[in-house]
Ligand binder design. Structure first.
Ligand code: SAM
Length: 215
């Protein structure tokens, strides 16, 4: 098992994080006990894991980092970010679907570094108490996802990193995905972001890319 980023491990083609709550599975993932308990992080289940498998160079999610996460869903990726950030870190997890939010609440009961927020990412005024964060992670599959991400970044990060999942089908169903990715990248650059990486997530996620940007 090799540590490829602080808190992220790789064994062959499989990624792991160290389980913050040993003995507990979040979504049926494999647990492996060595000197610590490792949780399998499947690239087929998490776009951040897919980006790492596709050669991501900059992982701004680190120990003690504070992360604003838009589109938390049931918390699959949130749980691995929670492992990496550790007890000194915080993951503010925004989700507007009540149905999946219930799972997120259960997850936050086990993991004290997750703050679940039932709110619309289009309305950052609904969560004004979120502290200044180091990283914004956005995976909301909306046509205006980049604009929503930028608004939240200006409100809660200002200077730091953006990890933006671009689902080309949510933006334009007929346009070539690569063209959509380039257009979203250009929007970020025109708003003062330095785009560090644009990673196509195929074959793990069809018609999705991850953009890593910094301001
Ligand atoms: N990031 C998750 C993961 O890796 O485990 C998967 C996210 S899923 C593709 C997109 C999620 O974003 C859905 O759960 C959806 O309800 C949520 N969502 C979409 N638009 C939203 C908005 N405006 N505000 C908050 N959540 C939103």
């Amino acid at each position: 098992m090799k540590e490829i980023f602080p808190g992220v491990f790789k064994d062959g083609k499989i990624l792991y994080t160290i389980n913050l709550t040993p003995g507990t599975r979040i979504y049926g993932e494999k647990l492996i006990k060595k000197d610590a308990e490792f949780r399998e992080w499947a690239a087929q289940r998490s776009k951040l894991a897919a980006a790492i498998m596709k050669g991501l160079k900059t992982l701004p999610v680190k120990h003690a980092a504070s992360v604003l996460y838009l589109g938390a869903s049931t918390g699959t990726t949130v749980s691995h970010i929670s492992d990496i950030a550790g007890k000194e870190g915080a993951v503010y997890a925004v989700e507007f679907s009540e149905r999946v939010f219930r799972n997120l609440l259960d997850l936050a009961k086990q993991r004290r570094n997750i703050v679940p927020l039932l709110a619309d990412a289009r309305k950052p005024d609904e969560y004004p108490w979120v502290e200044k964060c180091d990283v914004l992670y956005c995976d909301i599959a909306q046509p205006d996802q980049t604009e929503i991400a930028m608004r939240n970044f200006d409100g809660f990060v200002e200077e730091g990193y953006l990890l933006l999942v671009v689902k080309s089908q949510s933006i334009d169903v007929v346009k070539e995905p690569k063209k959509v990715y380039e257009e979203e990248k250009k929007k970020l650059e025109e708003s003062g972001f330095d785009v560090l990486e644009l990673i196509d997530l195929e074959p793990y996620e069809e018609k999705h890319a991850m953009i890593v940007a910094k301001k």
